[in-house]
Design a protein around this ligand. Structure first.
Ligand code: F6P
Length: 405
């Protein structure tokens, strides 16, 4: 008999808890697995020996359903970068001691490309010292920037929120007779996947978003202003989607960086709003979708949530087969009918890498998305959860904050 541990790491999404359910539900089926521990705040919980017994908390199928519809990370998260073990072995020794003490035979890490660095480093260290704990990565990120996998859990729900919200903003923006520009800032770091997903509206006959700027194209303020002027000559209300990751002058963003050296990106929408106000002088508003795009579980994609659970479960099956140092990935077989299979890849090929939006998805002017690219996005946003509600609003599964402290 062995125990297992699972942790959640990096920026939240609507689907991370569904992957936790996948690990949990599948582990219940394995007679060799006894306790299922949840590590609080990602790998920090393993280092600090702060683990909770999930079997005493997730008590029923109803709890699992609630978890599937709960956004963010029920176990908390972290942006913790493990040092190289050759530079600082003490932290690895602590991890080994805590895993050994709890008889943990497999560790599942649900996270993005930074978290897959942890999967890679831990599995390599365990191999080096001949410590038999399997380490498996379960992908997630709204940025959709992990290599090898067709897409990442969490992206479909975020894309559905972005497209839906853009649609609603479009309706709101066209009510007045005066010309206006609305700039919507979308997350995604250096990858334009999420911003590009706003183009889904074109498949519904909308002309908005009229302009889409992704980090894969070098941003030029001059071109931006001339694009806006041109669109204003055609439309009363111009809607612009802009990625938080496009290159802007120093000082627009705070300059603060996280443990992986990533800048906190925010403020490009406001910056462009000021430019349009000063240079064009029309009514202009900027909207930062901010954390809503990664926690709006009320509009999550059923495809995304089901896949997130399935990929978590597949991770458990892989560990039981004896594999380690792997990340679970989706391979797309067809767009229509949409078919995927779940496979695995070496964590070393995914850790710290970024998969950018393919250049062929971007139009020749570098300011919109080509229509054929919608075949990629469309299947990922399909389906809805039948939400369990209380007082008219979706119910969440939460662990009491005193347990997580
Ligand atoms: O990586 C996911 C993400 O949501 C990015 O899109 C965003 O730039 C970043 O996280 C924000 O990080 P934090 O939640 O640490 O502010």
């Amino acid at each position: 008999m062995m125990n297992i541990a699972v942790a959640q790491s990096g920026g939240p999404t609507c689907a991370i808890n569904a992957s936790l359910v996948g690990v949990f539900r599948e582990s219940l089926k394995v007679s060799d697995i006894d306790a299922i521990f949840g590590s609080v705040n990602g790998i920090e919980g393993i280092i600090n020996n702060h683990l909770v017994d999930l079997k005493s908390m997730i008590l029923s199928n109803n709890d699992m359903e609630l978890l599937r519809q709960t956004p963010s990370t029920v176990l908390g998260s972290c942006r913790y970068k493990l040092p190289d073990w050759k530079d600082d072995e003490a932290v690895y020794q602590k991890i080994v001691e805590n895993l050994r003490q709890r008889n943990i035979g497999a560790f599942f890490y649900i996270g993005g490309n930074d978290s897959m660095d942890t999967v890679n480093k831990l599995s390599e260290y365990f191999r080096t010292i001949d410590f038999d704990v399997k380490v498996i990565g379960i992908p997630k990120t709204i940025d959709n920037d992990l290599c090898i996998t067709d897409h990442t859990p969490g992206f479909g729900s975020a894309a559905k929120y972005v497209a839906t919200t853009m649609h609603e903003i479009t309706r709101d923006s066209i009510v007045y007779s005066i010309p206006s520009v609305t700039i919507v800032e979308i997350m995604g770091r250096h990858a334009g996947w999420l911003t590009a997903s706003s183009a889904v509206l074109h498949a519904m006959g909308e002309t908005a978003p009229h302009l889409i700027y992704v980090p894969e194209v070098k941003f030029s303020l001059e071109n931006f202003l001339s694009d806006v002027r041109q669109e204003m000559s055609k439309h009363k209300a111009v809607i612009v989607a802009v990625s938080e990751g496009i290159e802007v002058p120093e000082g627009v963003q705070s300059g603060v960086v996280d443990n992986f050296g990533h800048k906190y990106l925010s403020g490009i929408g406001k910056y462009l709003e000021e430019i349009v106000r000063n240079e064009i002088g029309c009514k202009v508003r900027s909207i930062e979708l901010n954390v809503m795009q990664r926690c709006s579980a009320h509009i999550s994609s059923r495809t995304d949530i089901d896949e997130a659970e399935a990929i978590g479960a597949a991770g458990v099956r892989l560990a039981i087969k004896g594999e380690t140092g792997k990340v679970m990935v989706f391979k797309r077989k067809h767009d229509m009918p949409y078919t995927i299979v779940i496979e695995s890849a070496d964590a070393s090929c995914i850790a710290n890498q970024e998969k950018l939006l393919p250049s062929e998805y971007i139009n020749s002017n570098g300011n919109n998305i080509r229509s054929f690219a919608l075949d990629y996005f469309m299947p990922l946003i399909q389906g809805d959860l039948s939400l369990i509600k209380e007082n008219g609003i979706p119910k969440h599964f939460a662990i009491h904050e005193s347990v997580l402290k």
